[in-house]
Design a protein around this ligand. Structure first.
Ligand SMILES: Nc1ncnc2c1ncn2[C@@H]1O[C@H](COP(=O)(O)OP(=O)(O)OP(=O)(O)O)[C@@H](O)[C@H]1O
Ligand SMILES: [Mg+2]
Length: 251
């Protein structure tokens, strides 16, 4: 029985899909059997980051009861398994939500880790369940943090455990909320700080995950170290100057 790690946020556009995809690849680099599920059936885009072109079968076909979820698993970079969402305007309903949760429980039986890219906002509750670990993504800005707090409460009300906050797109600017203040506001630890990094967009344009395309970039180092931490492995990268400053600043 593997772990389910849900990547969620309150506000949209904070980097859930980017982090879910690259974290799943990074976990695969540590030789774990990992699948990443795009549960955002309204705004699917995980497959683009992972370079999977026009998948003939996706999660929406599974939810319609047309195919078994195993038929919607594709082989992505570094051997990560990818379950694309497919696009529908209908979103989730009570019935397919229960079915999706059952599919996820089946899937994880045969994996080490299932990473789930949750839809933004309230729809995330649709994929949350007991025995799941949730990573809450926020940027260091007030509006994103207050929505992240709501998402943390929502996850907890669904019985999932929030294992930490990831602060993404950090630039170290004055107007950003500090890490200790984010922890105070969220009532949870910040377990990863991911810098804003132009290599993220460059890799996206090439449809290759940045942890593979630019493994030494700042964003990659942070995501690869996060992967290591989640599975209790030695971090691959030593702390950079930027990371050190942030850590000292954190105290
Ligand atoms: N650390 C980063 N540095 C630079 N750009 C980033 C970083 N993280 C994410 N981005 C960019 O920000 C944009 C939004 O990211 P992404 O699509 O992953 O967010 P999301 O939370 O999944 O959005 P949605 O709520 O729409 O699903 C993308 O263009 C992505 O490439
Ligand atoms: Mg997304």
């Amino acid at each position: 029985m593997g772990r389910v790690i849900v990547v969620a946020s309150g506000k949209g556009g904070v980097g859930k899909t980017t982090i879910a995809a690259n974290l799943a690849v990074a976990l695969s680099l540590y030789k774990r059997d990992v699948a990443v599920l795009d549960a955002d059936i309204v705004m699917a885009n995980l497959e683009i980051i992972l370079g999977i072109k026009s998948p003939p079968v996706a999660l929406i076909d599974v939810l319609k009861g047309e195919v078994d979820i195993k038929k919607a698993i594709y082989r992505g970079p570094a051997g990560v398994k990818v379950i694309p969402a497919g696009i529908t305007l209908d979103g989730f309903n009570e019935e397919n939500m229960a079915f999706l949760r059952a599919c996820m429980r089946d899937l994880v039986e045969e994996l080490d880790i299932l990473v789930v890219d949750a839809p933004a906002g309230r729809d995330a509750a649709m994929v949350m369940d007991e025995n799941q670990e949730v990573l809450i993504i926020t940027t260091p800005h007030v509006s994103s943090i207050s929505d992240a707090l709501k998402m943390k409460m929502l996850a907890e009300s669904m019985g999932a455990s929030v294992i930490g906050v990831i602060v993404n797109m950090v630039e170290g600017k004055k107007r950003e909320v500090s890490i200790p203040d984010i922890e105070k506001a969220m009532g949870a630890s910040v377990i990863s700080i991911i810098p804003k990094d132009e290599k993220v967009e460059e890799a996206l344009a090439k449809e290759v995950p940045f942890v593979l395309k630019y493994p030494n970039s700042k964003a990659s180092r942070a995501v690869i170290n996060l992967a290591a931490m989640l599975i209790g492995e030695e971090p691959m990268y030593k702390e950079s100057f930027f990371e050190k400053i942030l850590r000292i600043f954190k105290r």
